[in-house]
Design a protein around this ligand. Structure first.
Ligand code: ADP
Ligand code: MG
Length: 194
C-alpha cells in the first residue's frame, strides 16, 4: 500500500491529464485523495493480516474517493482482502487467487468486460499473468493499458463521447498498470528493469 500510494503521488498529474480528453480531468486527484487517506488509516488501526490491510484500504478508498474509480478500486481491494481472510501469511498463489476474485467483483460492480476501455483492460491480463511472475503481470497490465488507445469506450464517463473516445489511453487502465507495477517492485525487488 505504501508503494501504491507513492506511485499515485508520482503519477497523479499524468493520470489527470489522461482523464481530460475522455473524462473530467480528476482521475489523478481522485486517487491521490484516496491513497493519501490509506496510510494514515492503516497507521491508526494497524491491522496485522494482509487481508485485513487490503480490506481497510478498500474501505478507505470507497469513503474518500468521489467518482467511479473509488468504489471500483475499493471493491477490488476489499474483495481481495476478504478472500485472504485473516491469515497471517499469504502465498503467491493465494494472493493471485484472491486478486482474481477482486477483479471479478470489479467486473460485476461496473458491468464492464475487457475491450470496454476501462481498468479491466489492464487488470484482467495483468492478474492472469501473475501465474508467470509479478513482473509479467505488471508488463501485461501496461500492454493492456496501451491497447486501450484504439478502443471506443463502452463504460464510464468516456463512453458518453462515443467514437471520440478513440485514440486516447484510458486513465483507469493506466492507474491499474501503475498499481500492478508497484506490487511487482515490492514483490520482486531488483529483478529486471524497475
Ligand atoms: P469518474 O469517471 O467518475 O470521473 P475517475 O476519473 O476517477 O472517475 O475514473 C475513471 C476511470 O474509471 C476510467 O478511466 C475507467 O478505467 C474506470 N471506469 C469507469 N467506469 C467503469 C466501469 N463501469 N467498470 C470498470 N472501470 C470503470
Ligand atoms: Mg474522471
Amino acid at each position: 500500500m505504501a508503494a501504491a500510494a507513492a506511485a499515485v503521488e508520482r503519477e497523479a498529474d499524468r493520470l489527470t491529464e489522461l482523464d481530460s480528453p475522455i473524462g473530467d480531468a480528476d482521475h489523478g486527484s481522485n486517487l491521490l485523495r484516496g491513497f493519501r487517506a490509506v496510510l494514515p488509516a492503516l497507521d491508526a488501526e494497524h491491522p496485522a493480516a494482509p487481508g485485513e490491510v487490503l480490506q481497510l484500504a478498500g474501505r478507505t478508498l470507497i469513503s474518500t474517493v468521489g467518482g467511479a474509480s473509488g468504489p471500483l478500486y475499493g471493491t477490488l481491494l476489499r474483495r481481495t482482502g476478504k478472500a485472504l481472510g485473516d491469515a497471517a501469511e499469504v502465498s503467491d498463489t493465494e494472493l493471485r487467487e484472491a486478486l482474481d476474485a477482486g477483479v471479478t467483483a470489479v467486473a460485476q460492480l461496473g458491468g464492464a468486460a475487457p475491450g470496454d476501455k476501462t481498468m479491466l483492460d489492464a487488470l484482467v491480463p495483468g492478474v492472469a499473468a501473475l501465474s508467470t511472475s509479478y513482473r509479467a503481470a505488471a508488463e501485461a497490465a501496461e500492454n493492456g493499458a496501451l491497447a486501450t488507445v484504439p478502443l471506443q469506450a463502452r463504460k464510464g464517463r468516456a463512453s458518453y463521447l462515443g467514437e471520440r473516445s478513440i485514440g486516447h489511453q484510458d486513465p483507469g487502465a493506466t492507474s491499474s498498470a501503475l498499481l500492478l507495477r508497484a506490487l511487482a517492485d515490492v514483490a520482486e525487488p531488483g529483478e529486471g528493469a524497475a
